[in-house]
Design a binder for this molecule. Sequence first.
Ligand SMILES: Cc1cc2nc3c(=O)[nH]c(=O)nc-3n(C[C@H](O)[C@H](O)[C@H](O)COP(=O)(O)O)c2cc1C
Length: 219
Amino acid sequence: MPVTAPLRIVAVAAGLSSPSSTRLLADRLTEAARERLAADQDRRVETEVVELRDLAVDIANHLVTGFPPAALKKAIDAVTGADGLIAVTPVFTASYSGLFKSFFDLVENTALTGKPVVIAATGGTPRHSLVLEHAMRPLFAYLRAVVLPTSVYAASEDWGSGGDEYTEGLPSRIRRAGGELASAVTGRTTSGAARSLTLDDGEDAVVPFAQQLAELRIG
Ligand SMILES: Cc1cc2nc3c(=O)[nH]c(=O)nc-3n(C[C@H](O)[C@H](O)[C@H](O)COP(=O)(O)O)c2cc1C
């Protein structure tokens, strides 16, 4: 019987504090994805959390020398080789942190193409939750990753709160994001149905715009 490689879920946490709420969110998301994968199928799952705080000096060195020290190279390889990625930053000055951005500046800009990614952030105020949409989502869209629909923001007051009339509580959003990542890495839709269209099928199904115009032309 062929041996199937384990699924690898890697989280990147860019928190600076110790203990770090960013690390805690990365751990919770990783666990949510792992649990869902374990429940859905008989496949081994390996998880890893990369703490950028430990690599801060290596990241600066790589930026100025062009060469990654061994520990940083290992972290970049883990991220680019993952089946699914969880990217968590603290909000600094209304955006992702400089350390977070510097790390992803060092990842080759084609290395995340097609990779399912959950984006998440921690912040002091709930008013900066749109960082996920105006900073994180465009960054990973540029890298051509597949950013999953549920992004997770945790302000200080969200830890231990159950949500309100308009928003789910943090544990529920974490479970949903973990479930979406599990579905994406196993090629299933979020409802659990097997995906019927591959990207190539989709491309075949699209009628090129020039052809559509030609078909519309009269006489
Ligand atoms: C330099 C700096 C700038 C910050 N700017 C913001 C901000 O603009 N908006 C916000 O919500 N929180 C801001 N914060 C708070 C952090 O985002 C928040 O404390 C975060 O959860 C810390 O993560 P950690 O516990 O993993 O270190 C800032 C913190 C620092 C140190």
